[in-house]
Write a protein that binds this ligand. Structure first.
Ligand code: FEO
Length: 398
């Protein structure tokens, strides 16, 4: 598939995969992208997952026609992109490997051999000319691993962005230009799943790229972004700075016998009533709810970062938080959850202590504003609890 006159797509789609990184559900599969850049010298950009060696080498060969590649540029050493380096070097032994010094250390660790003869080590700002195309490399540590580099082609104004700007899901490369909204949901889940912890490093990369004109982004997963690139850059600015993307509240709950769920449903009704009371008319304010025992945890995590307000409702269990809530809060704190309003609904038939436990965990996060009102239930919602809910609603829709 053609990306520009000289840049061809040679990636593959994985429709068999169930869990990306053994953790994230990918019902629409996964794309492992790879590119060939044809010029006086020829470069191949990254390899693909181990299950697709033959298909990928065939794609590369088709793009090359009867030519030979001069370089294999390795932007990232995670095996979904690096597994076929040795196969490539066996087939094209005269090619040079281009990567960061850390990537070469990882190659030795993965493959057990020193690739000393055919290597070009690149660092921030280093340049590689293919002839017409001139590549500038930027180090991008922790986006998503420490050895990552991204590559800018100043001729076609293309950014090869490694894992950044990726998205879960296989890709129909012959299909229409990406639907921005359709891209956003799975790209957010991907971002906060795999890179969310390292927002500061993503910011550093965006800062390095701020004076670079980008017309097309070629990531290692998901579709090529070749229209309205500013939109995607802006989303990455928002996500990496932990700013809420939309005005709204995300409510995450667990409920053992249904009483906590009842309180959550009443909270939602009262929020909706207040949003339409004539005084607070707010069409843009969104409300979303997740039952943490049944939902996809990575979707809940992504939406917790999407909205500015979060309500957590759960029960005591073994003198601790009900397990999925424990998992959820850990997923947020380890990803540097910050800059949010957080409220609690607690329930416990004989030990209602979870609001305190949740707060203790989230107090370690930066810039969290805790609601003044906590809803406290001892088994079921009573009049006092309803009053607390109503006060909380005033804080959520102010
Ligand atoms: Fe797609 Fe971090 O590998």
């Amino acid at each position: 598939m053609r990306i520009t006159d000289d840049i061809k797509y040679v990636g593959v789609n994985d429709y068999k995969i169930d869990l990306f990184e053994g953790l994230y559900k990918v019902p629409n599969g996964m794309a492992y992208n790879s590119y060939v850049i044809l010029d006086d010298k020829i470069a191949v950009m990254d390899t693909v997952d181990t299950g697709f060696t033959d298909e990928w080498l065939k794609n590369v060969q088709f793009a090359l026609k009867d030519k030979k590649p001069d370089y294999l540029i390795v932007q990232h050493m995670e095996p979904d992109h690096s597994s076929n380096i040795l196969k490539f070097m066996e087939k094209y032994p005269e090619a040079f490997l281009v990567a960061s010094s850390r990537a070469f250390v990882m190659m030795k660790n993965y493959f057990g051999i020193e690739l000393a003869e055919n290597k070009i080590v690149v660092d921030d700002g280093d340049i590689l000319s293919l002839g017409k195309h001139v590549f500038t490399f930027f180090t991008a540590p922790m986006v998503h691993w420490p050895e990552v580099i991204v590559t800018y082609d100043s001729t076609d104004k293309v950014l090869f962005s490694a894992d950044a700007f990726g998205r879960f899901g296989a890709v129909d490369m012959d299909g229409p230009i990406v639907d921005e909204k359709e891209w956003e949901g799975e790209a957010r889940r991907y971002y906060f799943g795999i890179v969310g912890k390292y927002g500061l490093f993503v910011q550093k990369l965006l800062n390095k790229l701020k004076d670079v004109e980008i017309q097309t982004i070629c990531p290692l997963h998901g579709p090529i972004l070749n229209a309205n690139v500013e939109h995607y850059l802006k989303l990455y600015h928002t996500w990496s700075s932990y700013e809420p993307g939309e005005d709204g509240v995300m409510i995450a709950y667990t409920s053992v016998y249904g009483n906590t769920k009842k309180a959550v449903m009443m909270l939602i009704d009262k929020i909706v009533d207040r949003l339409h009371d004539g005084e607070h008319e707010k069409d843009s304010f969104k409300v979303c709810v997740y039952d943490l025992t049944r939902c996809d945890m990575s979707e809940a995590v992504a939406d917790a970062f999407k909205y500015g307000k979060l309500v957590l409702a759960t029960t005591t269990y073994n003198a601790e938080l009900f397990p999925p809530m424990r998992e959820f809060i850990s997923a947020l704190t380890e990803r540097n959850f910050s800059n949010r309003f957080v409220a609690f609904i607690e329930n416990g038939s004989w030990a209602p202590i979870v609001a305190k436990l949740m707060r203790e965990r989230l107090e370690k996060c930066k810039d969290i504003t805790f609601a003044k009102n906590t809803v406290r239930m001892v088994s079921a919602l009573n009049d006092e609890g309803i009053e607390q809910l109503e006060e909380l609603v005033k804080e959520i829709v102010s």
